[in-house]
Ligand binder design. Structure first.
Ligand SMILES: Cc1cc2nc3c(=O)[nH]c(=O)nc-3n(C[C@H](O)[C@H](O)[C@H](O)COP(=O)(O)OP(=O)(O)OC[C@H]3O[C@@H](n4cnc5c(N)ncnc54)[C@H](O)[C@@H]3O)c2cc1C
Length: 295
């Protein structure tokens, strides 16, 4: 098991922002993951479990510990009729495509979400009328607090809007069992998939590095609409900008820094609160140290 020293995280996340990891590994098996976790524990180092890095803002100072990236080598998808057993690092979009081709319903509306299974389960990723929790039977995980592998059924995961018990939990998602339905043909599902991808391309600034929706949807409202009504579309600090195309996206025009993104996030929070009395909660996960406190 190779653990590298001083690895840049910039190219390993969808924002293309962030400093270096003090230590970095790409395990391929469960025992290698556990080895990495124990290795860091012995050295009293904090661990960050990384998937595809599509929902994170990594500090310019990087991560002063070990990054365990599961999305490179810890990937496998095994189908058994309507069910699939998928490893935590597997690409969600690939599973969606395979399900569509097999004529299995349940994941087609999640097409185009650029995350891994682990990140999607932890965030309960969702789009249109679907969340990944709709298709999850159970999740296998390693609990670092008790150094044990365990399995948990869907009902016990407390899935909610972008929420699961895995958040801030010291648990590493190893694999998930999915169960899909068989009520549409592969051709019909392909039409839905293609339409979803078309809508994403029209609405989202996908030509620039970004982290998806920056803020969660506040009750009875849309973050993007509130930000737009505050006149913040196009607001820019350095190379970081609130997208003209979709106000809940922040884009990196090239040399954006995490500090600039954080400053914009706080500016948006303050402006929306002053105008509408609504506190926008970030959906993006902050990794490492940041000077500017959130609102
Ligand atoms: C262009 C774009 C569009 C997007 N559209 C959507 C959308 O429609 N809906 C939506 O919900 N999200 C969307 N996202 C956000 C993102 O893709 C999802 O949140 C995704 O599920 C994150 O997965 P990831 O593997 O990239 O996680 P990361 O960004 O790598 O990590 C996110 C969090 O999950 C944790 N994590 C990752 N893997 C594991 C694991 N195996 N065990 C324990 N913890 C783990 C990390 O520690 C971190 O806390 C979008 C992002 C982009 C860039």
């Amino acid at each position: 098991m190779i653990i590298k020293k001083t690895v840049s995280l910039k190219e390993k996340n969808s924002f293309k922002i962030g400093g270096t990891a003090k230590y970095y590994s790409e395990p391929s098996k469960e025992n290698e993951i556990i080895y990495c976790l124990n290795w860091a524990k012995d050295k009293d180092l904090p661990v960050f479990i990384m998937g595809k890095g599509s929902n994170v803002l990594i500090s310019d100072q990087g991560w002063d510990g070990l990054v365990v990236n599961l999305s490179i080598n810890f990937c496998n998808i095994i189908w058994n009729n309507k069910c699939a057993n998928v490893l935590g690092g597997s690409q969600l979009n690939l599973i969606c495509n395979q399900a569509v081709k097999r004529g299995l319903t349940g994941l087609e509306e999640l097409s185009g979400i650029p995350g891994s299974v682990g990140g999607a389960v932890l965030m309960n990723a969702g789009a249109f009328n679907t969340t990944i929790s709709d298709s999850i039977k159970s999740v296998r995980f390693y609990d670092c607090s008790v150094s044990k592998i365990d399995e948990i059924e869907n009902v016990d995961i407390n899935f909610g809007y972008r929420k699961s018990i895995f958040q801030n939990s010291n648990k590493v998602i190893l694999s998930a069992r999915l169960e899909l339905k068989q009520d549409l043909s592969a051709q019909e599902l392909e039409k839905v998939r293609a339409d979803i991808i078309r809508k994403r391309n029209i609405k989202q600034p996908l030509q620039y590095p970004n982290c998806g929706s920056v803020f969660k949807r506040p009750d009875g409202n849309y973050a993007g609409a509130l930000i737009e009504k505050c006149g913040l579309k196009g607001f820019r600090i350095g190379d970081v900008e609130i997208s003209q195309k979709h106000a809940n996206f922040i884009i990196n025009r090239g040399n954006g820094t995490a500090n600039d993104v954080r400053e914009i996030i706080v500016k948006v929070q303050k402006t929306v609160f002053n105008e509408y009395g609504i506190v926008l909660e970030p959906e993006v996960i902050f990794v490492g140290e940041f000077e500017e406190p959130l609102f």
